[in-house]
Design a protein around this ligand. Structure first.
Ligand SMILES: C[S@@+](CC[C@H](N)C(=O)[O-])C[C@H]1O[C@@H](n2cnc3c(N)ncnc32)[C@H](O)[C@@H]1O
Length: 229
């Protein structure tokens, strides 16, 4: 697949070798679009979402007590399914008075276009197969076609960002799953340190199944980790 994408832009890689790596340079941006692996699906790794569902009432109550929004980040969101899943879970399980903000960040412009258009359902098979029954109304229409409910769209936005740069503020929940495997070891350590620093006290980090234990966080199971309150 990667070879095919690069074949459609044969001189791109050659042009990039002539300029230093720059996230915003048009050739480099196009190369990053071409090499991004955007595999994702709604409620991927459902056990992790089930554990997070139990934590959201407490996280939401803390955010309300502190007079701020409950903020959730999908770091490496691809076409948005992880961000929509987090938004749906928060709307379902955080206390009703909670103000919710969900942010999806990715470097890949075509994936972000799909996310912003609310076109959910990437991946093989039934795109809703992993979505819990009580969450379905947030993620499917009455004909069971996948689509994010307007209530999710109202609290969710997507931005282009390099996860190696500073993150925009602090979060109660950060999911960065199936992303670190594409980075070299030093970059992985750097990104995990940034994600950890960006957690509010008591905030929760979710990593992917192949990722290493992050330093200084408390394990909650299911590759979820909490920053000490
Ligand atoms: C396999 S997808 C994972 C999507 C989702 N997190 C999931 O688990 O279903 C990996 C995503 O990470 C993004 N990514 C990789 N390195 C990145 C970086 N340094 N900054 C921003 N996004 C990055 C890719 O563009 C791709 O969309």
């Amino acid at each position: 697949m990667l070879a095919g994408r690069l074949a459609r832009a044969p001189d791109l890689a050659a042009r990039c070798t002539r300029t230093p790596p720059d996230f915003n340079n048009p050739d480099w941006a196009a190369l990053l679009d071409a090499v991004s692996v955007a595999e994702t699906r709604l409620f991927r790794l459902p056990g992790q979402f089930a554990t997070l569902a139990e934590l959201l009432p407490g996280l939401g109550a803390t955010a309300c007590r502190q007079g701020r929004a409950l903020r959730l980040l999908s770091a490496g969101c691809a076409s948005g399914e992880e961000a929509w899943s987090l938004a749906a879970l928060a709307l379902r399980h955080a206390p009703p008075s909670t103000r919710i903000e969900v942010l999806g960040l990715d470097m890949c412009r075509p994936s972000l276009d799909v996310a912003r258009a609310g076109k959910t359902g990437a991946g093989l098979g039934d795109p809703l197969a992993l979505v819990p029954g009580e969450i379905l109304p947030f993620l499917a229409d009455e004909c069971r076609r996948p689509r994010p409910h307007p209530a999710l769209r109202a609290v969710t936005r997507f931005d282009r960002a390099n996860l190696r740069d500073a993150l925009p503020g602090h979060f109660d929940v950060i999911f960065c799953r199936n992303v670190l495997i594409y980075l070299h070891e030093a970059a992985r350590r750097e990104v995990v340190a940034r994600l950890t620093e960006a957690l509010h006290p008591g905030g929760v980090l979710g990593l992917g199944p192949t990722d290493q234990r992050p330093a200084g966080l408390v394990p909650l199971g299911e590759m979820l980790w909490r920053r000490d309150a």
